[in-house]
Design a protein around this ligand. Structure first.
Ligand SMILES: Cc1ncc(COP(=O)(O)O)c(C=O)c1O
Length: 405
């Protein structure tokens, strides 16, 4: 079989692979704890369910307009006004099958072969692969000071005449760090001057802790939406815990949305109508459910930080939001893939290797699950790695003895 070069070069999503591994182990009856998880455990908001059910009850489930149901776009206009303090028109919005497809469609619409796209490390695993899929060149910018916050000096050094776009995700998967207003202001100013697009992946913007304020990038833009460089992607997956509905959206200038609509019309025609109805229900419904989800996750984060403190030799930066952290495990191993495999084999805990996010020697740990997942998962990791922890532990109903150190 002759697989195309581009398809052959695309790596499997490591986070989805870990999900599958955890599922298979659970199916075999293993007491797996999933600290690799990328979705909250809440039930779908009732307003989303009712709205989807009402649509189903009509029995009239057909194609929707390619760019999304007008009523959903109206809800997104309102959401943008409320959360971004920005008035946008329905013609500035296109709904896609998850923020993932939104990002891909933006890249497909803007990137010519060999255009460079700056990706700020640590980064979401899918960014470099998506850039490669549109024949662009991912250019990774790593903060040289070892922190997880990008610096303008590193970005300015990485920009070339081929730079077309910078991908920004704040609060950030995998570090949980939210970028400062000062940095965003400098970045937007720089990009407007240089004519570089900035794609703001705002998927975690509602999951910000300790009452910190998240600022939309629009606030720093001098140019208006039609002539400006800021593109926004958002969705319902993380804030509403509605990952399975696959709804995301892009806000961009009208010309871009027009072209993205043509592109999407040839790929998926449109997003599933029942999912769009569910998204509309979530966006128009009571928003206190987002606050209670955030509070639960924030509490889990505090517990995770306490657990990590108890660990000898682990350094970690406290997250500002999301449901991830990215502790430095180099005191135990510099090979995060081997470490993650070891923890799965010995302790039945799923983690994601930092290497996949451009941060070797680190592990991405998620606290999106239950408190019990966090405390038990961390106890098992300590047992497997930290010689100062007790040598015996129960994994499920099996008593395990550490005999490798
Ligand atoms: C940074 C980031 N952007 C986008 C997505 C994709 O979101 P969706 O499920 O809406 O496609 C994810 C999912 O993990 C993510 O972490």
């Amino acid at each position: 079989m002759s697989i195309s070069q581009i398809a052959r070069s695309i790596a499997e999503s490591p986070t989805l692979r870990m999900n599958e591994e955890a599922r298979l182990l659970r199916e075999r009856g293993e007491a797996v704890i999933h600290l690799g998880i990328g979705e909250p455990k809440n039930k779908t908001p009732i307003t989303a369910l009712l709205s989807a059910a009402a649509k189903l009850n009509t029995g009239d489930i057909k194609y929707s307009p390619t760019d999304g149901l007008p009523s959903l776009k109206k809800a997104i206009v309102r959401y943008t006004e409320e959360n971004y303090d920005k008035v946008v028109a329905p013609e500035n919005i296109i709904v896609s099958s998850g923020a993932k497809q939104s990002i891909f469609n933006v890249l497909y619409t803007l990137i010519n072969p060999q255009d460079e796209v700056l990706i700020l490390a640590p980064y979401w695993v899918s960014y470099p692969e998506m850039v490669k899929m549109v024949y662009g060149i991912p250019v990774i910018v790593k903060p040289e000071d070892g922190r997880f916050h990008p610096r303008m000096e590193d970005i300015e050094r990485a920009v070339s005449s081929s730079t077309k776009l910078i991908l920004v995700n704040s609060p950030n998967n995998p570090s949980g760090v939210m970028f400062s207003d000062e940095f965003l202001a400098d970045l937007i100013k720089f990009c407007e001057r240089k004519g570089i697009y900035v794609l703001m992946d705002d998927i975690y913007h509602k999951l910000v802790f300790r009452r910190r304020r998240w600022t939309p990038a629009y606030k720093f833009a001098r140019q208006d939406l039609e002539s400006g460089k800021v593109i926004v992607v958002n969705g319902i997956a993380k804030a509403y815990g509605m990952t399975g509905f696959r709804i995301g959206w892009t806000i961009a200038n009208r010309r871009m949305v027009e072209v993205m609509t043509n592109v999407q019309s040839q790929i998926t025609s449109c997003t599933a109508m029942v999912s769009q109805a569910a998204a509309e229900g979530a966006l128009n419904g009571l928003q206190s459910i987002v606050d209670s989800l955030r509070l639960t996750i924030e509490n889990n984060c505090e517990v995770m930080m306490q657990e990590l403190k108890a660990f000898t030799g682990i350094k970690t930066i406290k997250p500002d939001g999301t449901f991830y952290c990215l502790p430095d495990f180099r005191a135990y191993s510099h090979d995060s893939v081997a470490l993650s495999d070891f923890l799965l084999k010995k302790a039945m805990v799923v983690t994601v290797p930092g290497k996949e996010f451009g941060m070797e020697g680190h592990l991405r740990l998620s606290y999106a699950g239950s408190i019990k997942d966090v405390t038990e998962g961390m106890a098992r990791i300590r047992w497997a790695l930290d010689p100062s922890s007790p040598t015996e532990i129960y994994i499920g109903d099996r008593k395990m003895i550490r005999d490798w150190m």
